[in-house]
Design a protein around this ligand. Structure first.
Ligand SMILES: Nc1ncnc2c1ncn2[C@@H]1O[C@H](COP(=O)(O)OP(=O)(O)OP(=O)(O)O)[C@@H](O)[C@H]1O
Length: 620
């Protein structure tokens, strides 16, 4: 049996057992479905997207209060008099989702840009703010709330009882999980996962991180509002209590305890926490012989223990344990023939790809780059070398859109790039790797490399959720596999990237850059951590890419590697270009020798790349 079949069995068992469940158990399971819907949004937001929110209960409140107001207020009744009352809850749903959408865009636009602890603090602030707003608005019943909500009805069938509404809630939840699973299994899903590793890498792959973060934020908020709508019509009244900050924290607990990186973790977390609280509420007063909110204390302690023991949540442990006796999943998408991906025309040999004109970068009083001129042409390897702190990384950042020069200009394919983000550099044909490897360690090498092809796909969230993107997704994965094999890592394609040696991870970054079909490659210390044979293989690959017409700018400390491979070398010292030319010319340049050897005169100039490497070993 596969995991998917086991899930289906669980759902089928729930469906069969549902009519037999006692009324109370059916109600509890209905609540679990509602909570899991909010927690699933939090999995996307926190576990996958890396944005912690304590404020989801406020969005649940918007969904609940919107429908409560529409269904009970005389003003709304007058406005909706043309509609039969059974349709009013649907208007309430539309209003709740619309309000949530607008508010989440506005809040998300401001808050998701914040990093570190500022974002969670903001979610607490709006969670508290909205809670007190609902409690103080007399039009919404103040602390008493709104009573007398009608039950939902569909095609004349009343959903008043949890026994009938429960299956509806679970159907909504399962459809949501299916759509979210599809989303995560797509180019957009990879882009969402990339958010967690910070702006730099994702933007360099062409992902608009601010927009993507805001969209995930809105998605999680809409799921919370949907849950609130169902909740209101199940309870038939609303008041502020179930939407307080403590409930927002509990939703986050559900996602984290279940396994914030896994959609089914939301269901597991919601189920565990709801059932645990139920049982504790029952048993503790009996055990202690006194009444009180003891369950909150024990619950808190248990949460600490669970999180200490299972930092990733419980789902990964359950999945690992069940994996021993479950068959691996068959990949459904293999049946879909891949479509053609857009391919960029290579520039003719010698064409100017990238140009830095008198680029200067100042950090306060420190001049990291001073009037640096550099060109990269199609069909060449251009090495940028220099001692530590010479300004190579600073320059790299400016020619890849991470930072803007203080003075001077960067042009890519003859387009001025001043002020443009790095995703535009990627869109115009610049691929790059990073000095400190930036891969999604838990994801497979294949997925990491497919992220590099992000801009070659077009299908968006809706297509992904409804699985209308399969031909394009198949093409992206075929392309990713091709690049992995080209870089000699075919045997590792399905392994988690973090399980590879550091040197191999650097090569994965090159494959990822190649998946974007670049005309220019910027490689930041690609040979660092590679063994001798791996370096030779890398040099062979780069020579082949050069032969295919790519321009490659490489920052590297390994002089033997550089001098054997590069066509031109530029040497930086204290942010200034002190030499530029062929490897031979540069190796003989007295200023370069001076920079590397600190003023010592060599007895005789080095005659081979190996000898040069010995002399030009940078003073660390
Ligand atoms: N964001 C920053 N703010 C202030 N100073 C910076 C910043 N980034 C770099 N610098 C300074 O600019 C100078 C050049 O640093 P850079 O990292 O570009 O050198 P590098 O040649 O890449 O060094 P390495 O080979 O060690 O990576 C250093 O003195 C560094 O401290």
């Amino acid at each position: 049996m596969t995991r998917r079949q086991l899930m289906l069995l669980f759902v089928a068992a729930l469906a069969v057992a549902w009519p037999l469940l006692p009324e109370f158990t059916a109600t509890v399971f209905s609540y679990i479905g509602l909570y899991a819907l909010v927690a699933a949004g939090l999995v996307m937001l926190t576990g996958v997207g890396g944005m912690t929110s304590f404020g989801q209960a406020a969005f649940v409140a918007i969904g609940a209060y919107a429908t409560a107001w529409v269904c009970t207020s005389p003003t709304a009744a007058a406005a909706l008099s043309a509609l039969p009352p059974p349709l009013w809850p649907w208007v309430g749903l539309a209003l709740g989702l619309a309000l949530t959408f607008v508010l989440a865009w506005a809040l998300g636009g401001i808050t998701v840009k914040l990093s570190g602890h500022y974002l969670p603090l903001c979610t607490i602030a709006w969670g508290l703010g909205l809670y007190y707003l609902f409690g103080n608005l007399q039009a919404l019943g103040g602390q008493t709330g709104i009573t007398g909500l009608p039950a939902l009805s569909v095609f004349g069938i009343s959903l008043a009882s949890p026994r009938v509404l429960g299956p509806v809630i679970w159907t909504v939840l399962l459809l949501t999980l299916w759509a979210l699973h599809n989303l995560l299994d797509s180019r957009e899903g990879r882009a969402i996962r990339a958010l967690k590793s910070g702006r730099l890498m994702a933007e360099s792959m062409g992902v608009d991180t601010a927009r993507q973060r805001a969209r995930v934020f809105v998605l999680a908020a809409l799921l919370a509002a949907l849950s609130g709508w169902l909740y209101a019509h199940m309870q038939r009244f609303v008041n502020p209590t179930p939407f307080g900050l403590n409930v927002g924290i509990e939703y986050l607990f559900m996602a984290v305890v279940g396994g914030a990186g896994h959609l089914w973790g939301a269901v597991l977390g919601a189920m565990l926490i709801t059932l645990l609280k139920e049982q504790l509420q029952d048993w503790l007063p009996r055990l202690l012989g006194a009444s009180g909110n003891f369950e909150q204390i024990v619950f808190g302690l248990l949460m600490v223990l669970v999180l200490q023991r299972f930092a990733e949540g419980l789902w990964p442990t359950v999945a690992r344990w069940s994996g021993r006796w479950l068959r691996p999943e068959r990949e459904g998408r293999r049946g879909v023939p891949p479509c053609a991906l857009p391919a960029r025309a290579m520039q003719p040999a010698g064409a100017l790809l990238l140009e830095a004109r008198a680029v200067t970068k100042r950090f306060g009083g420190l001049v990291a780059n001073s009037a640096v001129d550099l060109t990269l042409r199609a069909g060449e390897v251009h090495a940028l070398i220099g001692p530590n702190g010479a300004g190579k990384s600073t320059f790299f950042n400016m020619v890849s859109g991470v930072d803007d020069p203080t003075e001077g200009e960067v042009r890519l394919l003859d387009t001025p790039m001043q002020g443009r983000p790095s995703r535009e550099f990627a869109a115009r044909g610049l691929g790059r790797t990073f000095q400190h490897v930036r891969l999604l360690g838990e994801r497979s090498v294949l997925e990491n490399v497919a992220l590099g092809a992000h801009l070659r796909g077009r299908r968006g969230w809706w297509a992904a959720m409804l699985r209308l993107d399969r031909a394009e997704e198949a093409a992206l994965l075929v392309e990713a596999r091709r690049q992995i094999e080209r870089c000699g890592l075919g045997a590792f394609a399905d392994r988690p990237a973090a399980s590879l040696a550091l040197g191999q991870q650097r090569v994965v970054e090159i494959a990822r850059a190649l998946a974007g079909n670049p005309v220019a490659l910027l490689l930041d210390e690609p040979a660092a951590g590679l063994r001798h044979l791996e370096k030779q293989a890398l040099a062979g690959l780069l020579a082949q890419l050069r032969g295919e017409g790519l321009g490659i700018l490489v920052v590297e400390h390994d002089m033997e590697f550089v001098m054997n491979l590069a066509d031109r070398v530029t040497v930086l010292e204290f942010g200034t270009v002190i030499a530029e030319g062929t490897p031979d010319a540069v190796q003989r340049n007295p200023r370069v020798l001076d920079a590397y050897l600190g003023g010592a005169e060599p007895a005789a100039p080095p005659t081979s790349a190996t000898a040069a490497a010995a002399v030009l070993e940078p003073a660390a």
